[in-house]
Design a protein around this ligand. Structure first.
Ligand SMILES: *Cc1c(COP(=O)(O)O)cnc(C)c1O
Length: 356
């Protein structure tokens, strides 16, 4: 038998080149992001009946979240323009991705994160990849305001999702869903924070539709956390509160384009409570073997809510994007679950505890 390179994945820029802005070969900075699994849910039929439910597991990207799709584009573009440094505000995952891709590109990364409101896994990534981590005494929205002020006047490229190349990279998530299914789903559920991802997925679906690769478009279903739901309330939330730190945002940068995705697709943007988010988070881990971070589970919590409300029908294909890996935030997992059983190192006693 002969070894071949057939089927090896080249990262989203190489794989989807025809559908992305041009980037010169020597600027491409990739950790081979993308090509994440679309996992069929088998064990939630008691909730979803004859609805086909699939999970786009973005936690399996190189730094553990979908942010890698946008970051490979933004950093490659910055490199093409000879930038020496990038900067972003982040609830955690953007900083992890920015730090990793900057390291790969040989650039400096500056990341501004809200003090005390970022999950340990994400902070450790930014530090390990050599970013300068600036923990500000403020929330994400304050950090983004400062980043916007700095990038106007200093030689650093901003890589938040208002950077259009981030959205371009992230739209490849929609391409992959279509490639896997052979068509677009009926509904696509996403957590909504700064609203870049819902904007990006909608852009991707529309592009494949325009190119006649798919014949229908999905309805875009965005879900915010109840304590951080500015789009649902119709006004900024000054002090956003939720356990889902990745979507703890009070004034989303892509607000208008999220509304457009909702309205053009005939979808919704609604809120789910922290309790609903945690329930979905545990359900996925315990019943489907898929560990995502709390914010990611807002998509499934939304789907459960829409099923209960009678919005979803038998025969529908429903995709939930799980934006980040559960290992990003093990604190929440341990705090919200039962403690391990402490037992003496004696077989008999252990067997008894095991119920044998
Ligand atoms: C960034 C992020 C989100 C929110 O995505 P937006 O594009 O800001 O709406 C949701 N979940 C996770 C895990 C994230 O890292």
């Amino acid at each position: 038998m002969q070894l071949t390179r057939k089927g090896l994945w080249g990262g989203i820029i190489r794989e989807f080149r025809d559908f992305l802005p041009e980037i010169s070969d020597d600027a491409i900075t990739t950790l081979l992001e993308g090509n994440t699994p679309l996992i069929e849910c088998d064990n939630l039929k008691d909730i979803f009946g004859d609805i086909r439910l699939l999970l786009k597991y973005e936690g399996l990207n190189p730094t553990g979240s979908f942010k890698d799709r946008g970051m490979t584009m933004a950093v490659s573009k910055a490199r093409e323009e000879n930038a020496k440094a990038i900067i972003c505000a982040s609830t955690g995952n953007t900083s992890a991705a920015a730090a990793a891709y900057a390291a790969k590109a040989g650039m400096k990364a500056f990341v501004l994160v809200p003090d005390g409101a970022i999950a340990m896994g994400k902070l450790s990534q930014a530090i390990m990849h050599g970013a300068m981590v600036l923990q500000i005494k403020g929330n994400f929205d304050d950090a983004l305001t400062i980043v916007k002020e700095i990038t106007g006047d200093y030689p650093v490229k901003m890589v938040n999702s208002i950077n259009p190349f981030r959205i371009e990279g992230q739209k490849t998530g929609a391409f992959e869903v279509c490639e896997h299914l052979g068509y677009a789903p009926t509904y696509h559920f996403l957590p909504v924070g700064n609203a870049g991802n819902i904007t990006a997925y909608w852009k991707g679906y529309k592009q494949y539709h325009h190119e006649n690769i798919i014949t229908h478009l999905p309805k875009m279903m965005g879900f915010q956390a109840d304590g951080a739901a500015p789009i649902v309330r119709g006004r900024p939330v000054e002090h956003p509160e939720t356990i889902a730190t990745a979507i703890k945002i009070g004034n989303p940068a892509s607000w208008d384009s999220a509304l457009r995705a909702r309205d053009e697709s005939g979808g919704v943007i609604e809120a789910v409570t922290d309790e609903e988010i945690l329930a979905a988070y545990k359900l996925l881990a315990a019943r489907e073997g898929v560990y995502c971070e709390p914010a990611s589970a807002a998509s499934l919590a939304g789907a459960i809510k829409m099923k209960k409300d009678g919005v979803l029908n038998d025969g529908d294909t429903v995709v939930c994007t799980l934006t980040g890996h559960g290992l990003k935030d093990p604190d929440i997992a341990l705090k919200s679950s039962e403690k391990p059983v402490k037992v003496p190192a004696e077989t008999k006693k252990i067997l008894k505890v095991m119920g044998f």
